[in-house]
Ligand binder design. Structure first.
Ligand SMILES: Nc1ncnc2c1ncn2[C@@H]1O[C@H](COP(=O)(O)OP(=O)(O)OP(=O)(O)O)[C@@H](O)[C@H]1O
Ligand SMILES: [Mg+2]
Length: 292
């Protein structure tokens, strides 16, 4: 068996490179060789009205990117992707994740998809802000639909800030959400592989309501209790994910789903918990590579 690990050509950090290298090393120990490539070899092209697959010869592809065109094309050519194209798309867009999971028994904060605007010069209407304030109160949270590492998640404390943020985000996909005060500065990150919650840590921050490690949050191992396990495994299975990192908030009445990351970094989790996440993912990949 031979695998392809695909990375984004434009985005390389120690964390992104670590993902590919660790997975390749663990797969190698299990007898599976992988090539690590940037996605700029144009893995699929349309020629003569047909798709041509430049990734032929691989039994699977670990897709450490979110580019929907290439994932769609590779899957259409019969390549088994980890994660699958549809699962990556559902998770990449936070509003889409919440909308997809709504009505399926997953507790989540009250969420209003933001209005899209196509005119950068358009004024934000007073009525729009009034509705948001009435629905969510202050503070509330705004998030860009595409974002990670906590970078595009904002707390809004009053009407003036809301008006300003609506203006800044109007031409970018975004959502508004109830601020879960009980969870300010703390959340739980759970890794789910092949439908099983395998590792978890609590992340706490003394300086920010966002507990992302990249923003100064500290991780400690967290026991996976029955409710946490059920919520995370159910979410991952509904979204069709082979692998993910799920963020969970502490709500007044129990756990709430915050976010599902299809490309979650596992370096921090491995350091905090001592669990070999790359090994578990490698085992899952080998067992499922032939199942399209
Ligand atoms: N509704 C909310 N109420 C309170 N805190 C929140 C809320 N939503 C998010 N947070 C905090 O902000 C952090 C970042 O939010 P979220 O996970 O949605 O964004 P992210 O930038 O995608 O992070 P990641 O790096 O995990 O992809 C969360 O881990 C949590 O600590
Ligand atoms: Mg997150």
């Amino acid at each position: 068996m031979k695998g392809l690990i695909l990375q984004n050509a434009y985005y390389h950090t120690p964390s992104t490179d670590y993902q590919g290298e660790r997975l390749a090393a663990e797969l190698n120990k299990l007898g599976v060789y992988c090539d690590i490539k940037n996605n700029d070899f144009f893995g699929a092209k349309i020629e003569g009205g047909n798709l041509k697959n430049a990734a032929a010869g691989y039994d699977f592809c670990i897709y450490l990117d979110k580019d929907k065109y290439l994932s769609y094309a590779l899957e259409k050519c019969g390549v088994r992707l980890f994660n699958r194209h549809e699962a990556i798309q559902l998770c990449d867009d936070k509003a889409l994740t919440f909308l997809y999971l709504a009505g399926k028994g997953i507790p989540m904060p009250k969420t209003l998809p933001g209005l899209l605007c196509y005119d950068p010069s358009a004024e934000i209407l007073k009525d729009t802000c009034e509705v948001l304030e009435k629905e969510l109160g202050f503070p509330m949270v705004a998030k860009q639909c595409y974002g990670s590492l906590g970078k595009f998640v904002y707390k809004i404390d009053n009407r003036a800030e809301l008006q300003k943020k609506c203006g800044e985000l109007k031409c970018t996909p975004h959502l508004f959400q109830k601020f879960i005060a009980e969870s300010a500065g703390r959340d739980i990150r759970v890794i789910v592989i092949g439908g099983k919650a395998v590792a978890a840590m609590e992340r706490t921050s003394q300086t920010d309501f966002r507990s992302n490690i990249e923003l100064g949050g500290k991780g400690t191992p967290k026991e996976i209790d029955e409710k946490l396990k059920t919520l995370c495994e159910k979410s991952a299975n509904l979204l069709g994910l082979d692998y993910c990192g799920i963020d969970i908030l502490y709500g007044k009445e129990g756990y709430l789903l915050c976010e599902v990351n299809s490309n979650a970094f596992f370096g921090g989790m491995e350091r905090v918990t001592g669990i070999n996440v790359a090994r578990l993912y490698a085992e899952h990949i080998i067992a499922n590579a032939k199942r399209l």
